[in-house]
Design a protein around this ligand. Sequence first.
Ligand code: HEC
Length: 114
Amino acid sequence: MVRACFLLLLAAALAGCKSTPPPVPLAQLNAQQMHGHAVFQTNCSSCHYDRRDASLHGPPLLGVFKKPSLPSGAPANDERVTATILHGHGLMPAVGGAMDQQDIDDLLAYLHTL
Ligand code: HEC
């Protein structure tokens, strides 16, 4: 009995290490996050999946702020992601040209729900 409990706990702990919590469902987003989702669809979705853990042209953005670092190893924070959008990174071109500060703020708010 004790051993069975221990194994269950161990399994739960291992699963917890591997999987991040799921994204907030689209239906539960607030107005700012909804606008951020629209900005994502227009500017990012051609190269990144937001709700699938798979690469498209770039790495998935699923759980981007739940992981300690970006794929490049840079810290996963608003500053680095904003810089990536505005200046590009490696194979990613700068894509911020069509976005104003509000769009970027709302996009970051959406990415935080993933
Ligand atoms: C034309 C395709 C393309 C578009 C559009 C695009 N990306 Fe990327 N993105 C990439 C590629 C390719 C990489 C991998 C870059 C590398 O490491 O060489 C990348 C990497 C990233 C990274 C990881 C950076 C790092 O430091 O590891 C983030 C974050 C990111 N993109 C966010 C975005 C966001 C947000 C948008 C929309 C505003 C966007 N991207 C639009 C192609 C794109």
